[in-house]
Design a protein around this ligand. Structure first.
Ligand SMILES: Nc1ncnc2c1ncn2[C@@H]1O[C@H](COP(=O)(O)OP(=O)(O)OP(=O)(O)O)[C@@H](O)[C@H]1O
Ligand SMILES: [Mg+2]
Length: 482
């Protein structure tokens, strides 16, 4: 039974106890009242008796006094009948003392007939002897009734004493014992809970102990408090997470902003160089033509073409870099053999002038369905770097491209035995427009930035190792991210 039910039982028992006590008190008081009325009844009977005794032969009877006495005698049973309510009648029925009320009714009836006789005597309907006989007979009956009335009233009061008072005492004792038991249980549970909560036991131990020794209501209280605390913590946690997200996004926005500013500066700087060169060269050409120096004019025009090619390739690279950031939903199965043929064709200008060999190994067990342009740019940039930065001092300069897969990923490895990236510059290798050997070969310094952006787009990983022996770039991209 939970605490509220136990408290309800105590309240019900206390109400019962109070009702019984009040009822008993009223019943006992009523018993005393009935005794008092009977005592008065006897007094008036006695008065009537004396008045009748005083009637001497041939003297006139004081009818008014006798009538007043009978009326007084009649009043007590009438009061008794008025005082007895339904509950008294029920109790009297149960303990078989109802005839006390019957005696009252008989008394009233006898008093009424005696009063009638007084009238009859006054009107000479009955003679003196008959009247005196009726009076004496009535006195006998009043006396008998009074004597008999005491018994049931005493029995009723005793019954109340014997039955209800012990019942009240038993309920009171029960209540006292039960209330002290309950308060001990509650206070010991609260003490246990306080000890448990302040102990260092872990969550499961705590929950075990709660279920063993804690009343249901306290368990509910604890679990409501727990939920509230968890919710509050969750709110705190989510607001912390929100703050972290906002701050990380602010950081990356700041980074992107810086990158953009740097990009704009470097791009315009690199675009400006060939444009200025072309401007000066075209002025020279005009002068050459004016002085009829056609050979010089042709040579300057060729230089212009070279500068324009540089400019074009720079613009193409910038475009590629911009596109690398934009998502492209166009995917198709990639034929890597064909892709390599295309790359080789585009790098022909580079390969024809250098003694560097290109070795290709394709070992794919799964069909790669993805954005072909991104893979082409990744491979072309890494391979072109290997070729461009080959080491003249090595006997057989070599660039090796391996494309394979394992269970989860596609792996692209480009290995060369070229000049390597000097240690101090390795940290900046993916930076835009960063070139560490501009004297060796042309380029815009955007190739590796483009590669990195494509790998990031696929949520893949790019790493490299570089020394004077050469450089290895390795890319791993999960197949489910392609
Ligand atoms: N395999 C490599 N071996 C040696 N140095 C390398 C290698 N790859 C890159 N580098 C160095 O890193 C720099 C940046 O490379 P990146 O590909 O970004 O630019 P780039 O090749 O100079 O120009 P492009 O935009 O035409 O690719 C290069 O200029 C070069 O100094
Ligand atoms: Mg490059």
């Amino acid at each position: 039974m939970n605490i509220s039910k136990k408290l309800l039982l105590i309240v019900v028992l206390t109400c019962l106890e109070v009702s019984i006590t009040v009822f008993s008190a009223f019943e006992i008081a009523k018993g005393a009242q009935f005794h008092q009325l009977n005592f008065l009844h006897l007094k008036y009977i006695n008065q009537l008796d004396k008045a009748v005794d005083k009637i001497l032969p041939n003297t006139q009877i004081n009818l008014a006094a006798i009538e007043a006495n009978i009326l007084a005698i009649r009043q007590q049973p009438m009061n008794c009948l008025k005082a007895a309510n339904a509950l008294n009648k029920l109790v009297m029925n149960i303990i078989d003392t109802r005839h006390a009320l019957t005696l009252c009714k008989q008394d009233v009836k006898r008093a009424n007939t005696t009063l009638q006789s007084v009238n009859d005597y006054k009107n000479d309907k009955i003679n003196r002897a008959e009247f005196l006989f009726i009076l004496n007979h009535a006195l006998d009956e009043f006396n008998d009734n009074s004597e008999q009335f005491e018994g049931p009233i005493t029995k009723t009061v005793s019954f109340i004493f014997v039955t209800f008072i012990p019942l009240v005492i038993v309920i009171s004792i029960f209540n006292v014992i039960y209330i002290s038991y309950l308060s001990r249980t509650i206070s010991s549970s609260i003490r246990n809970l306080t000890t448990l909560l302040s102990s260092k036991s872990n969550k499961t131990d705590l929950e075990d102990n709660f279920s063993k020794s804690t009343p249901d209501e306290l368990k509910e209280l604890i679990s409501a408090a727990k939920k509230r605390i968890e919710n509050d913590l969750l709110n705190i946690e989510s607001s912390k997470e929100l703050k972290a997200i906002v701050s990380s996004q602010t950081d990356s926005l700041q980074l992107a902003n810086d990158e953009l500013a740097q990009f704009a500066y470097r791009a315009s700087h690199d675009l400006k160089a060939p444009l200025s060169a072309v401007k000066s060269l075209s002025r020279f050409i005009v002068k050459d033509i004016e002085s009829n120096d056609t050979a010089e004019a042709i040579s300057n025009a060729k230089t212009i073409t070279k500068q324009m090619e540089k400019l074009e390739s720079l613009v193409v690279d910038i475009l590629q870099l911009a596109k690398a950031d934009i998502g492209n939903e166009e995917t198709s199965p990639i034929n890597f053999e064909q892709l390599i043929v295309d790359v080789k064709e585009r790098l022909y200008w580079l390969m024809q002038d250098i003694p560097c060999q290109l070795e290709i190994h394709i070992n794919l067990e799964v069909e790669i369905i993805s954005d072909k342009v991104r893979f082409t740019q990744i491979i072309e940039n890494l391979v072109s770097n290997g070729l461009k930065y080959y080491d003249k001092n090595k006997v057989s300069p070599l660039v090796k491209l391996d494309i394979s897969n394992n269970e989860n990923s596609i792996i692209i490895v480009v290995t060369d035995n070229g000049i390597g990236i000097p240690k101090p510059f390795q940290a900046q290798v993916y930076g835009m427009f960063k070139r560490f050997n501009p004297e060796l070969c042309s380029g815009s310094g955007l190739g590796l930035s483009i590669v990195k952006k494509h790998v990031e787009y696929f949520k893949g990983e790019i790493t490299f190792q570089s020394s004077e022996q050469g450089t290895i770039f390795k890319i791993i991209i999960a197949l489910d991210k392609l």
